[in-house]
Design a protein around this ligand. Structure first.
Ligand code: EPS
Length: 391
């Protein structure tokens, strides 16, 4: 089963991802991984740390001459700002920031110094998750599955995206030209204005990100066990990103405001698109976000996540000194005003990883050749049963 864990502290020497379960024979394009790491560092509102770091992946195991061996792949992204062992440069933190892991972690680990918690809780760790997710995207690409993550809105600015495989190149270009990874220029400009205002007011901004997965074959995930439902795993993956407070699939919370007839996507059959991943079962709407019963239904998978504003506020927040119990202002450490653009890249990669995991659970094998053969056989069987060939 495809899985990954990460290790590393924000100001330690390095961030690591340990990826297990990749088949042998996958070509590892490190330039692609580096480009995605750069995307994760970008965005209006990012702090000075990003001028210090120039994230690059180093493959430490599991790859020979650019191709996976079937053994665990360990990926490293080194920290340029490494100073964890220096007590002057990384002093103890006694004034927890409301919203950060500071207080909860200090209570958990029975300490009055938040440093140990905040170093690991830091979103710097997402560099390792993007590196692992980029590997998953390389695998998905071999089977025509594409992911697209972007910023959908912040504060009162948002837009209705129209994401299709034909317009993907254009959407990616527009997203990558945006300072806040938003393919809608007008919404992007309004989000930039909100972040600019937050900067002046020494405040912070969160937002909503969305990920579309296109070309997904039906039948990934399962209805058989709750923790193997793909929607359940996607929700956990996106909620597991630092500072995320909500996850939605398709229409999401909008389902509560509509009757069933306005929520469920009517099913039709179109022989012309029988060769597509949907096998010809078309839906004029995709309120289900491509998932019914925890399984992909052939429509694009659509996942949305909401990030709270960064909890390190330059203006501080009311807090308590853990040593003296005095009322104080929370600690300010150099920070981002908004990391919403970065979060959209992270969300895209954690979603890609879960889709790749479900893909390999259904179509997997020891080598890419085996996976290709299983995939081709699965598609052929599905067409024989459901496609026009079956009529
Ligand atoms: C973070 C605090 C900041 C962020 C960091 C996450 O780091 P520093 O205190 O070194 O300025 O920039 O994110 C990254 C370094 C990154 O690469 O994403 C935090 O407290 O979570």
């Amino acid at each position: 089963m495809l899985s990954y864990r990460t290790a590393g502290e924000s100001h330690g020497p390095t961030m690591l991802a340990f990826v297990d379960g990749l088949p042998a024979g996958l070509r590892v394009d490190t330039a692609f991984i580096d480009a995605e790491l750069a995307r994760r560092q970008a965005g209006y509102g990012r702090g000075a740390r990003q001028r210090i770091e120039h994230d690059r992946v180093r493959v430490l195991s599991g790859v020979r001459q650019g191709v996976t061996l079937g053994s665990p792949v360990v990926l490293e992204v080194q920290n340029a700002d490494s100073r964890l062992d220096d007590p002057v440069k990384t002093p103890p933190v006694h004034r927890p920031r409301p919203g950060h892991a500071d207080l909860a972690g200090s209570l958990k680990w029975s300490t009055v110094d938040c440093r140990g918690t905040l170093e690991r809780a830091s979103a710097r760790e997402t560099a390792a998750r993007v590196a692992a997710g980029a590997l998953a995207r390389l695998l998905l690409r071999e089977f025509g599955i594409e992911t697209f993550g972007f910023v959908r809105g912040a504060i009162d600015a948002s837009f209705e995206p129209d994401v299709r495989i034909e317009s993907l190149a254009d959407l990616r270009a527009r997203r990558d030209a945006s300072e806040v990874a938003c393919p809608c220029a007008e919404t992007g400009a309004r989000i930039v204005a909100h972040i600019h205002r937050a900067k002046i007011e020494r405040d912070t901004v969160g937002g909503t990100v969305e990920v579309h997965v296109l070309g997904v074959p039906p039948g990934l995930g399962t209805c058989v066990q709750w923790d193997e439902r793909l929607d359940s795993r996607l929700a956990a993956a996106v909620m597991g990103i630092q500072a995320f407070k909500a996850v939605e699939i398709g229409l999401g919370t909008g389902c509560a405001m509509r009757f069933g007839s306005q929520v469920h996507d009517p099913i039709a059959f179109d022989a012309v698109v029988a060769a597509s991943p949907s096998l010809g079962f078309v839906r004029a709407t995709n309120n289900a976000g491509g998932l019914e019963g925890g399984m992909t239904n052939g429509m694009p998978v659509v996942v949305r996540g909401t990030m709270k504003p960064i909890s390190t506020l330059l203006r501080g927040m009311p807090s308590v000194d853990l040593g003296t119990h005095e009322a104080v202002e929370s600690t300010y450490e150099r920070s981002d005003i908004s990391a919403i653009a970065a979060a959209s890249a992270v969300a895209e990669h954690v979603v890609a990883f879960e889709v790749a995991r479900a893909f390999l659970a259904k179509m997997g094998g020891d080598s890419m050749d085996e996976v290709r053969a299983h995939h081709a056989a699965t598609v052929q069987l599905a067409r024989a049963v459901h496609g026009d060939a079956g009529r």
